[in-house]
Design a protein around this ligand. Structure first.
Ligand code: GDP
Ligand code: ADP
Length: 185
């Protein structure tokens, strides 16, 4: 099973995904990005941080399963990382935007499920302010919000992440249901 975490940026997707998947022992498919690491982000855990030139070269070689460009930054997951999960017949998760979620769902069909995490626009702003983000960064998040939030109608599961522990419980429950052996009835 592939668990696709998507939703509005700044709503807690990474936090929820990491905590629940740690508990369930589900591996992450780590994306590549051309943006600078933020403080506390770890190479190979949060992202593989690579240069634009390397990203473009790898893309030309056909190494990416899917890519996205957001605010002039490239993001992508490599075929080799996705294939490793398929070969081992394991479950995995990733955190992607709308286009990435669509691409993965299209490829994996019933074997992929989209978990949409969101909060109200004003709450995103407050959390980013609390995280100490600059005005410019916060405005970027705000500009994407409307486009991102409308994707929720297409996703299999939707969570408004108000109380974190409550969200974690609900998401865990859903994921456990998907991990149960499928009956043919
Ligand atoms: N399509 C796609 N989107 C990605 C990938 N990796 C990350 N993203 C998305 O890119 C956006 C920006 O991510 P990031 O720079 O970490 O900032 P965030 O908005 O704080 O999560 C988020 O919506 C991520 O989910 C990827 O491999 N493919
Ligand atoms: N339920 C919650 N209540 C308050 N703050 C939260 C909650 N969930 C996550 N956060 C905080 O909100 C910020 C954004 O979370 P993050 O997981 O980075 O979001 P995303 O991956 O969606 O951009 C982080 O500082 C995180 O600790």
């Amino acid at each position: 099973m592939i668990f696709i975490f998507t939703g509005t940026s700044g709503s807690g997707r990474k936090t929820v995904a990491r905590k629940v998947c740690e508990q369930l022992g589900i591996k992450k498919i780590v994306s590549y990005t051309t943006r600078e690491p933020r403080s506390k982000e770890v190479e190979g855990t949060d992202y593989y941080f690579i240069s634009r030139a390397k990203f473009i070269a790898d893309d030309l070689k056909g190494e990416f399963f899917q890519t996205a460009e957001i605010d002039h930054i490239f993001y992508g997951t490599k075929k080799v990382n996705v294939q490793a999960i398929v070969d081992e017949n394991e479950s995995a998760y990733l955190i992607v935007n709308r286009s990435g979620a669509n691409r993965i769902k299209f490829e994996f069909k019933e074997q992929a499920v989209r978990l949409f995490i969101y909060v109200q626009k004003q709450t995103v702003r407050e959390r980013l302010e609390a995280r100490g983000e600059s005005f410019e960064v916060i405005e970027h998040y705000m500009q994407h919000y409307t486009e991102e939030v409308t994707y929720r109608k297409d996703c299999e599961h939707v969570y408004e992440n108000i109380d974190l522990s409550h969200t974690l419980e609900l998401v865990k429950q859903t994921m456990e249901e998907h991990l149960l052996p499928q009956t043919t009835e």
